[in-house]
Write a protein that binds this ligand. Structure first.
Ligand code: XMP
Length: 503
């Protein structure tokens, strides 16, 4: 495998994604958690960082311990650290360099540069620059403004690049990373089929005759986890699917049917009233999340108690969640709802077969196991559901209004073929009323906001440029068919600084 040492850059995860796109197994670990024993590690990539190498509180490891022992690639801060620690000079740029630049390759035969074209666009984002290279460091490519854009250390398989090959705008960045993988000799050894085979075998050994319980949400991650576990242990797995009343219109029934088709042993629990009562009068988003999370655990716990001899809790944790919880710089913006606290409380052990996969890999694994496309391609939907899309207090009336408006929006997205084009879409019910006119009558009704974003990981997102004609159609249909709504608006904010959800 490849290890990616995280020095806190926002794009560290992207490096991992790119390597996985090249079907190569990698793990991201905090810079200070590098294992002593590197058996099985084919190469190491050093990420960027928000720090400068000369900052007193910069994240450091002793690179001479690694250099020459296995292939190394330093990216941005990683490259600067290689230079700084070997006695070269890194200094602040006059102004931060941010944006596209073009490579002039001096050593076209260098293994890292193989196949890259002269003038290839690369993405720069740095406040410091390398002004003097130590002895034995050789420049292999430059850009307009940066002479040491890429360098290699003589006699070693160590490279540094000032630009970000992992960034989308680096045209041939994935090719460069692929070249590094070729040097390490382990390029392309991962496939969904091999993952399924491996994991099913491991799960069989790990779980034996034990019983496992798992909460299904309707989302891709928990569904794929369930099918994988089912493949390994069949009827020893019991799934629980809770209807908190804040799902999309008819979603509970549809998804339950899908699960039964897959042969899963599922208990569907209708807990709508319980949640509605607990949420009465609550307006604060974080408070809502807490109540929904807690209610969920209570329902789950109650169902689990009815079952005998459960030893394990299955969870659809995926790699970005793992990285986030390991992150050295992570700050909690919104407390995402999950079943945190459950295993301790129920005295269960955790089994998380997807914990090292990215979302697109989870999808590929699901398809490999023959799951239906509409389950696999389902857009992300937050655990607290419509609860955080009804701004302010949640009532039964508002849930119905939002479900109907959202259903129109989602159906139209599907019909027009736009559903797969966006990362996530949904309707939001605003807590204000405004004046309208319908026929001869004055109305004083709610506003629905439509949200649709494009994204690759939900960390950042752009508002989707849905066609005007499409928006017009959705707006008309919502206002005509959903009683209580007389205005529809479209959200044109990106994340950051906005977020995808409104609460
Ligand atoms: P934000 O609003 O933070 O959303 O830009 C990023 C992604 O996370 C989802 N989200 C949640 N998912 N529980 C969840 O399970 C939550 O409380 C929650 N809040 C936001 C959101 O739908 C988007 O995919």
């Amino acid at each position: 495998k490849i290890l990616i040492l995280d020095f806190g850059s926002q794009t560290t995860q992207l490096i991992g994604r790119r390597l996985r796109e090249l079907n190569t197994y990698c793990e991201i670990i905090p810079y200070n958690k590098l294992p002593k024993d590197l058996t099985g590690v084919a190469g190491i990539i050093l990420s960027g960082s928000p720090h400068s190498v000369y900052d007193a509180d910069a994240y450091h490891i002793t690179l001479s311990d690694l250099r020459g022992k296995l292939p190394l690639l330093g990216i941005c801060y990683g490259a600067q650290s290689l230079v700084h620690q070997a006695g070269g000079k890194v200094e602040p740029c006059a102004s931060r360099e941010y944006g596209r630049a073009h490579l002039t390759i001096h050593h076209v035969n260098d293994p890292l540069m193989k196949g890259l074209t002269q003038g290839s666009t690369v993405w720069m984002s740095h406040g410091d620059t390398i002004t003097e290279l130590p002895k034995g460091f050789r420049i292999i490519a430059s850009t307009e403004d940066v002479s040491a854009a890429a360098f290699r250390i003589d006699g070693e398989q160590t490279w540094g690049v000032q630009f970000h090959p992992e960034a989308f705008h680096s045209e041939q960045g994935t090719m460069l990373l692929g070249n590094f993988l070729s040097v390490t000799g382990i390029r392309g050894n991962w496939s969904p089929a091999s993952f399924v085979e491996h994991t099913v075998q491991e799960l069989k050994e790990q779980l034996g005759q034990d019983k496992v319980i798992l909460a299904l949400s309707g989302g891709v991650d928990s569904s794929v986890t369930a099918v994988l576990l089912h493949k390994a242990i069949g009827k020893q797995l019991t799934c629980i699917f809770v209807d908190h009343g804040l799902l999309r219109k008819d979603e509970f029934e549809h998804v339950l049917r899908d699960y039964e088709h897959l042969g899963l042993n599922v208990i569907g629990v209708n807990a709508r009233e319980k949640f509605l009562t607990a949420l009465k009068g609550v307006t604060d988003p974080e408070e809502k999340r807490k109540i929904i999370g807690k209610g969920f655990i209570e329902v789950f716990d109650e169902e689990a108690k009815k079952l005998k001899d459960i030893k394990w809790l299955g969870q659809g944790t995926i790699y970005p969640d793992v990285i986030e919880s390991l992150s050295i710089t992570g700050t909690v913006i919104k407390s995402h709802h999950n079943v945190g606290g459950l295993p301790e409380r129920m005295n269960l052990r955790l089994v998380e077969p997807l914990r090292l996969l990215f979302k697109d890999e989870v999808r590929r694994v699901g398809l490999e196991m023959g799951m239906q496309e509409h389950l696999i391609k389902r857009q992300p939907f937050p655990g607290p559901g419509l609860g955080i899309r009804i701004l302010g207090e949640i009532t039964a009336e508002k849930i119905e209004i939002l479900q109907n408006a959202d259903d129109i929006y989602m159906s139209q997205l599907r019909e027009s073929g736009l559903y797969d084009e966006v990362w996530q879409a949904g309707a939001i019910l605003l807590p204000i009323r405004s004046v309208g006119v319908m026929g001869d009558e004055r109305t004083y009704d709610y506003t629905i906001a439509l949200r649709a974003v494009t994204s690759t990981d939900a960390m950042s997102a752009d508002w989707a440029r849905l066609p005007y004609d499409f928006l017009a159609k959705v707006s008309n249909e919502i206002i005509n068919k959903v009683r209580g709504v007389n205005r529809v608006v479209y959200d044109i904010s990106s994340k950051p600084p906005s977020t995808i959800e409104w609460e």
